[in-house]
Design a protein around this ligand. Structure first.
Ligand code: BYC
Length: 317
């Protein structure tokens, strides 16, 4: 079969909602697009542990500490599933780490903002995990099997995280005036960066059209961003805090919220490595990688020893 026939058959499978599995034929660019997106997603989970990890020792009670610790551990787990999913496509894990540490690989812009108060843990759970769910639920129907299956468990855990964040915000908003002000301040700082998580506007998105054709993305960046605004606006009303956007208002005709212009210059600055915490995040990951070298060496030595042991045993049988 020639490449054109293979591509036609591949697209027919996608159009009939038949999953693509690791051993199936796929166009090179489909493979590269997935390795890129899954790799960036994995890095986002791993770097995403840092702003929250910053608060584990300062969580206000044992209960809060345990819950935050579990959330950060879940994120490590998501990163590991995702690196494994990228490996099923031929992605090389060490190479992906090298790209992260050299600043070449992207990860979500949101994690380059600092977490200044405990209320930021509420805002991240509520908004950042809320945005992650909007973006990732459609990925459970992604055309590539291992990515779609990984997303099912990730989404279950993310929705638990979002509830946890909303509960922190609920307690703060029902607390003292100072606590409520902290919640408002966290919303003020995380609102616009959360909207940026969905990526550039559709008109400027380089990959959306092809990724939709291939069933990797089911919705555009702007469609998902709009759903997020529509979900969060009533929740902010319920909490009694104000979204920092004077243009945000319900539109009776479209049955959606209209909202203000996003600062795309800020977005691209952060994506290109010039956000408030980019350098700290990369430095923290590089340090962890270097300090973990002995663990990787020990695990490798153990695996090699086990392999020699099982080969000798099977020869004896
Ligand atoms: N930040 O053509 P576009 C999480 C890049 S983790 C940085 O629209 P695409 C969580 C984009 O990569 C959240 N870069 O791209 C973890 C592309 O650059 P390249 C992460 C961004 O791929 C812990 C260029 O801009 N979620 O949820 O079609 C705790 C053009 O964009 C960003 C995922 O990764 C950004 N915000 O769409 C809590 C989900 N946006 O590669 C929560 C999976 C865009 O050409 N990923 N760029 O150099 C996706 O769904 C898609 O990759 C995106 C972007 C919607 C993010």
């Amino acid at each position: 079969m020639n490449v054109i026939d293979l591509e036609t058959r591949f697209q027919e499978k996608i159009d009939s909602d038949i999953r693509i599995e690791p051993r199936d034929w796929m166009p090179d660019n489909y493979r590269h697009t997935l390795i890129r997106q899954i790799g960036q997603h994995a890095h986002s989970e791993i770097v995403g542990m840092l702003p929250e990890g910053n608060w584990i020792t300062r969580a206000p009670s044992l209960k809060r500490k345990v819950a935050l610790l579990a959330k950060v551990q879940d994120e490590a787990g998501h990163g590991l599933y995702l690196y494994s999913a990228a490996e099923t496509l031929g992605g090389d894990r060490d190479h992906m780490f090298e790209e992260l540490h050299s600043g070449k690989a992207k990860y979500s812009s949101i994690f380059n903002y600092p977490t200044l108060t405990w209320a930021d843990m509420g805002a991240i759970g509520w908004l950042v995990d809320g945005a992650a769910i909007q973006n990732q639920i459609p990925l459970c129907r992604c055309s590539y099997g291992p990515y779609a299956r990984a997303m099912i468990r990730v989404c279950k855990e993310e929705s638990f995280h979002q509830r946890q964040g909303f509960e922190i915000m609920t307690v703060l908003c029902a607390g003292t005036p100072i606590q409520k002000a902290m919640a408002q301040d966290a919303l003020n700082r995380f609102w616009w960066p959360s909207l940026m998580m969905f990526g550039p506007p559709d008109a400027e998105s380089t990959h959306t059209a092809q990724s939709k054709k291939w069933g990797i993305k089911r919705f555009t960046n702007d469609e998902l961003r709009q759903r997020f605004v529509d979900m969060i606006a009533p929740q902010a009303d319920h909490l009694g805090i104000t979204i920092p956007d004077p243009d945000l208002k319900w539109n009776e005709e479209t049955k959606q919220y209209d909202f203000g212009e996003i600062d795309w210059t800020e977005f691209w600055q952060v994506v290109k490595g010039h956000g408030p915490c980019n350098k700290d995040r990369i430095a923290a990951r590089t340090k962890a990688w270097e300090e973990g070298a002995w663990v990787r060496e020990a695990a490798l030595a153990y695996a090699e020893k086990q392999q020699i042991h099982s080969t000798t045993k099977s020869k004896a049988v």
